[in-house]
Design a protein around this ligand. Structure first.
Ligand code: NAP
Length: 329
């Protein structure tokens, strides 16, 4: 399988003992049209999802990121069904899922675990993440709930998502005091959104030994260049995103052109080069692109088979700097 030719070593999940492929596959796309955010992506049937998971697996990807809010468990169910169909056993794969805190207290953080495990149909929770910093309870109460889950071995590791530097620090210290590391903070990061480099999250994560898991690493498909082609438009919710405006597409075109040119040297696509940039940017970072087609998943996994040179990495960083600073004006 692909993992033997990987240009990127397995990465450690923060200060845990968990080793992961540098890329996981995001499973928001498997929400099957259900729930609050499930309508963002088209509804994919079980057979198609199994095919997507298979391509990711064949390419060496060994972990998947899902969440309670992705269709109230629909994504967890579809993912685990696909893994079962492919006869992938629970000791070969790792699953990260998330608790949705909006309008809820720390009590539901623990109470949600049996439902997550039921949706995952026998696959354990390797990483349990607090999806947003918006719970009705204090960080102290949420940390205590996580510590209980870790002590009882109901989850292997605990993480957060969309946490600011101070909130991440507090959570890390509270878990550390009980003898557990905060494994990760899942944050948006890509060539067009590098806010975590500026707002203290990345520095603080490095100081604390908390892994950053980069979500929306393709800026929801924009970095593949497909929306820069004449006649192609995003459908669904992405239609209204400022990232998909004509003005922004024009501003980012030089980056898409550069990604395409660099890709030619390796016979890779713009999407693969932009993901490769993330993995080269920070040696501890993990990324979780999503896919709605098997071919996309194949390509995403194949990102692990090559490595940009230092010069190429720097050239992309410089152009990204330019575009981001122009967008701030
Ligand atoms: N923690 C959080 O708050 C949070 C927020 C967002 C996402 N996430 C996680 O991060 C994962 C990924 O983020 P995301 O879904 O927002 O965005 P993304 O990974 O940046 O973009 C995914 C989309 O890019 C397109 N794509 C993928 N591979 C491609 C390829 N090889 N060529 C061309 N286009 C390609 C597909 O679009 P089409 O479907 O249009 O073809 C795909 O659905 C999610 O699945 C989820 O697990 C977490």
């Amino acid at each position: 399988m692909g993992e033997h030719n990987m240009a990127f070593e397995l990465r450690t999940l923060g200060k845990t003992s968990i080793k992961l492929t540098a890329l996981g596959l995001g499973a928001w796309q498997f929400s099957q049209g259900q729930g609050l955010v499930g309508g963002f992506w088209p509804t994919l049937d079980d057979e198609l999802i199994a095919h997507i998971v298979q391509e990711a697996w064949m390419g060496g990807i060994r972990w998947f990121d899902t969440a309670e809010i992705y269709g109230h468990g629909a994504s967890e169910r579809a993912l685990s069904k696909a893994l079962k169909t492919l006869q992938i056993s629970s000791d070969e794969v790792m699953i990260a899922t998330k608790w949705w805190p909006v309008g809820r207290t720390y009590r539901s953080l623990g109470a949600s675990v049996p439902r997550r495990l039921q949706s995952l149909q026998g696959y354990p929770i390797t990483l349990y993440q607090i999806h947003q910093p918006w719970a009705l309870s204090s960080l102290k109460a949420q940390a205590e709930a996580l510590i209980h889950l870790l002590r009882e071995k109901l989850v292997y590791a605990a993480g957060v998502s969309n946490f600011s530097a101070p909130a991440m620090r507090e959570m890390a210290h509270r878990l550390n005091d009980a003898g557990f590391p905060l494994a990760s903070n899942q944050m948006r990061f890509n060539l067009l959104d590098r806010s975590i480099e500026k707002n203290g999250v990345l520095n603080e994560a490095e100081n604390l030994g908390v892994a950053i898991i980069a979500y929306s690493p393709l800026q929801q498909g924009l970095l593949s260049g497909k929306f820069h082609q004449a006649g192609t438009h995003p459908t669904g919710f992405r239609r209204w995103s400022p990232y998909m405006s004509k003005k922004y597409l024009a501003r980012t075109r030089p980056l898409i052109d550069l990604l395409g040119e660099m890709g030619q040297r390796y016979h890779k696509t713009a999407a693969q080069v932009s993901l490769n940039w993330i993995l080269s940017a920070h040696p501890q970072m993990l990324a979780i692109p999503g896919a709605t087609k098997p071919e996309q998943a194949r390509q995403l996994a194949d990102t692990l088979s090559f490595r940009l040179s230092e010069d190429e990495y720097q050239t992309l960083t410089n152009l990204s700097d330019k575009i981001i600073s122009k967008s701030r004006k």
